[in-house]
Design a protein around this ligand. Sequence first.
Ligand code: NAP
Length: 304
Amino acid sequence: MSLLPAPPASRPLGVSGLSVFPIAWGMWRLAENGRTAAEAARLVHAALDAGINLLDTADIYGFDGVDGFGDAEALLGDVLVTEPSLRDRMILATKGGIRPPLPYDQSPAYLAEAIDASLRRLRTDHVDLWQIHRPDILAHPQEVARALDDAVAAGKIRTLGVSNFTLAQTDALNGFLGNKIVSTQPEISPLRIDCFENGELDRAMTLGLIALAWSPLGGGRLLAPNTEREKAVAAALDGVAEAQNVSRELAAYSWLMAHPAGIVPIAGSQRAERIGEAAKALDVRWTRAEWYEVLVAARGAPLP
Ligand code: NAP
């Protein structure tokens, strides 16, 4: 049976002129386990050396419910101040709009403050992609758009994205922004397939948004499956992994990448060897039958 097409070699980040590699690296867990700046630098190098160029963080990463807000950004900032040349090699993506102890705050004053604080921690004068982490139901999209437009006009942000937005929330904000949104970041993995049918990926294709998949390995659950459903998904991935002599992680990334939206999985490992390995998912190819086998296992029910 013929193979599904290979994923695009890179994807444009809006009209910024930047091109995103088909896999990204995420730093949600960077500031854990007392990781030093030297250790963090090793991980950044592992990603960049493998060709991965979009590095995803957020101001909330490092927060443990009590303190640590900004710690992951600050650690990356320490890496960048020691080795400034790394900044030009990466597409630096961060997020804001979650404000403990309140759940969410996207009031214009707070957004302006949060963006400046991220830049200070990251030791950079601009980020390439700034994303709203989760929608603030109490923020009017017109006011949010105005605050973000101001940050773009001031040169602090090159492009804008959303995460965990409903379709209608994306449309409302994008309308007030004059269609400046370039990316969306939902949870997508072989264990989380809602996006295939809830319209989000269809909208991403219609608008040309990059679909960044968070927790592409189900936060690690795919490697230690517990339920019958998780085990069935892992077994379906293993069929292709074994036939092509790769790990289950690579099969999972490549399964997402085979979707026509050109999903960009954000690999979340904080081990240099696993980050470097992730880029090899580009070599894994799927037949239509194999791809649907994983989908059926994930649905837990046959196709209609
Ligand atoms: P993930 O890739 O699904 O899971 C990563 C976890 O799996 C790590 O703990 C990793 O441990 C473990 N893992 C990877 N390979 C393994 C293996 N072979 N065996 C055992 N464990 C393995 O991704 P994630 O960290 O949950 O999320 C990825 C990124 O998505 C984050 O860094 C962040 O950028 C983004 N994110 C965004 C949101 C949002 O709301 N927008 C939410 C969550 C995450 P090791 O480190 O030991 O390899």
